[in-house]
Design a protein around this ligand. Structure first.
Ligand SMILES: *Cc1c(COP(=O)(O)O)cnc(C)c1O
Length: 402
């Protein structure tokens, strides 16, 4: 069946606004990374689930062989519920309380610490619990300022200039270091940045003699536009091979290599389907107003992200310029003066690359229900999140008379 007709039928069945994920695409991306690093016996892909935390997606990735990368105790709990074993979950938080880290220790997951003060406190209280250390290599990764986390004044990681201090804390407390980690941002264009980071990370690693893993984080870029660049994962595999195997030889141990991609695994699998409520002509602009807004899909407003928009009700209509906006009572612009096949009221628009950081960043602003989510696998569709109702909005409100 034609893909557009298929998506039309899906919205007839489940309504709009609707997130639709293609599980075959997730599987394809997962295998792509696996193959690019197939020379490493102990490769583990840990899906960064803040990109999309739906438990059915977590279970699907687990079935493919993935581990899980988490940033909060709640993500750990969802991961355990999805069936991941504690040692298959890695927890890399920032600015969380010592008590949350203690809960993670109790759960038995792997932990990456990114702060000297916490390292010392955990070392004092739990010296036998092996931990990883998140290093900030100070390389400039990341497609824009908001998603670049490796620069010198970033709040993430422990600066590699502070290696002497890390070593002193390890010596003083006797804490076991089992891993060295970095994650330098999202949307890294240049694999040279990864390789530069890898050199720094491996150098830091050489100072610790009980390591089990090296964790190169993520930031793999996917194309958002036609002819857009993407991380050449094959090329990265080839370039990293020599460095990593050489290091393991010197270290006299076959270390595990971890990656923790979020976006790379799920972004392109997702489509976000909305209906056009109104067309409005002003003195200078043609607006298409849709049945959604930044409450459901905030990346265009928050990061100035480009998301391709197709009019799947009129795919061969003449091209015209539209500013697509939402129904939120605030500026709510998905795109400005974009060429799209002629849009009519009632048409169905499809935002591409809506699998990562889209639903997971959605809210109930304006007291709107969040969208449903559907996953398609081998041409079969499955509802994986039902639409909310008024009771969901009222659930935790306490009604009192003052
Ligand atoms: C968000 C995050 C990732 C995933 O980043 P992507 O750009 O989605 O691949 C990986 N590791 C950590 C520690 C993160 O916080």
């Amino acid at each position: 069946m034609n893909k557009n007709i298929y998506l039309h039928n899906i919205t007839k069945k489940y309504g709009t606004p609707l997130y639709v994920y293609d599980a075959n695409k997730i599987e394809y991306q997962y295998k792509l990374i696996k193959q690019s690093f197939s020379y490493i016996e102990n490769l583990k892909i840990n899906y960064a689930c803040k990109a999309n935390t739906n438990i059915s997606i977590l279970k699907f990735l687990k079935k493919l062989g993935s581990g899980l990368d988490t940033v909060s105790i709640q993500e750990i709990e969802i991961g355990l519920k999805a069936g991941f074993k504690p040692k298959e979950i890695i927890y890399t938080p920032n600015s969380v309380s010592l008590s949350e880290i203690k809960k993670a220790i109790k759960a038995g997951v792997r932990i990456n610490i990114d702060n000297l003060s916490l390292l010392e406190q955990i070392g004092n209280d739990n010296p036998n619990y092996p931990i990883g250390i998140r290093i900030n290599p100070h390389i400039l990764g990341g497609g824009n300022k908001k998603i670049s986390v490796g620069h010198i004044d970033s709040k993430f990681g422990i600066s590699y200039y502070q290696l002497p201090h890390i070593k002193k804390i390890v010596e003083n407390t006797g804490i076991k270091v089992e891993g060295i980690h970095m994650h330098t941002g999202s949307d890294i264009l240049d694999i040279g940045v990864f390789l530069q980071g890898a050199d720094i990370l491996l150098n830091v690693a050489s100072f610790f003699n009980e390591l089990k893993y090296i964790d190169f984080g993520s930031g793999f870029k996917v194309p958002y536009k036609k002819n857009d660049t993407k991380t050449d994962i094959d090329m990265l595999g080839v370039s990293l091979k020599r460095k990593f195997l050489f290091f393991c030889e010197k270290y006299c141990k076959k270390l595990k290599l971890f990656f923790e991609p979020g976006k790379f695994l799920v972004s392109e699998s997702g489509s976000f389907l909305v209906k056009v409520n109104v067309i409005k002509h002003t003195t200078s602009t043609v607006f298409a107003g849709v049945d959604s807004g930044f409450n459901h899909f905030i990346r265009p407003m928050f990061y100035d992200s480009y998301h391709h928009i197709d009019n799947i009700s009129n795919p061969s209509g003449i091209l015209r310029f539209y500013t697509v906006v939402g129904y939120i009572c605030e500026s709510d612009t998905f795109c400005v003066n974009r060429k799209i096949n002629e849009i009519r009221e009632g048409d169905l628009l499809c935002f591409r690359n809506a699998g990562a950081y889209c639903f997971s960043m959605s809210s109930n602003y304006n007291s709107r229900y969040r969208p449903s989510e559907v996953i398609i696998y081998n041409n079969k569709d499955f509802l994986i999140r039902k639409r909310e109702n008024l009771q969901d909005l009222l659930n935790n409100m306490i009604e009192i008379e003052l």
